[in-house]
Write a protein that binds this ligand. Structure first.
Ligand SMILES: [Zn+2]
Length: 181
């Protein structure tokens, strides 16, 4: 029997930088402790009538960048990427929004990541293509990843705030008020 671990890039309330660090640390731990034979790394998508879909509509959530996928691959290195696959960019339903780059990079990077089957040559091609680009969405991603541009709130604070907003909207009271009852 072979075991596959699944990791998700960018659940709600997590920043781009946090999710990259989290996925890398999780993958290293899973492989390092011999807990999995393979890891599937999925980028988040946005569907109507889901928490992510709702938050996205309200401007409180943004799908991750495919540059984060490249960064995760880069930091895991060829060795750990060998048994790792990166999915989530393609869905057939037009109502589902998926990770997208910009006009300059989409056709270059996306097909390479989608075709990635673990080989070192494919890995090198993705890194070379990524290094050769300096498109608007890459620069935007670099800004998001910059340590100087991180929110002053902690992740627990952001989750608590998000739950409070949802509680008020759906139940007429905040998460904190429910806890106190
Ligand atoms: Zn781009």
């Amino acid at each position: 029997m072979r075991v596959a671990g699944h990791l998700q890039i960018k659940p709600p309330f997590v920043t781009e930088r946090e999710t990259v660090e989290d996925v890398i640390a999780s993958a290293r731990e899973l492989y390092g402790k011999g807990l999995v034979d393979r890891i599937i790394i999925m980028t988040m998508n946005s569907r109507p009538s889901t928490l992510v879909g709702k938050l996205e509509q309200e401007g409180k959530y943004e799908l991750p960048s495919h540059w984060s996928v490249v960064e995760i691959m880069r930091q895991l290195g060829k060795g750990l990427c060998h048994e790792t696959r990166f999915y989530g960019f393609v869905v057939m339903d037009p109502k589902i929004k998926v990770v997208k780059g910009c006009e300059e990079c989409d056709d270059v990077i996306m097909p390479l990541i989608l075709d990635f089957s673990g080989s070192g040559d494919e890995y090198d091609r993705i890194m070379a293509a990524a290094d050769s680009l300096n498109c608007p969405c890459k620069r935007e991603w670099q800004q998001k990843m910059d340590p100087a541009n991180q929110p002053s709130t902690t992740l627990p604070e952001r989750i608590a705030k998000g739950l409070d907003d949802l509680g008020r909207e759906y139940l007429g009271k905040s998460f904190q008020e429910m806890k106190e009852e």
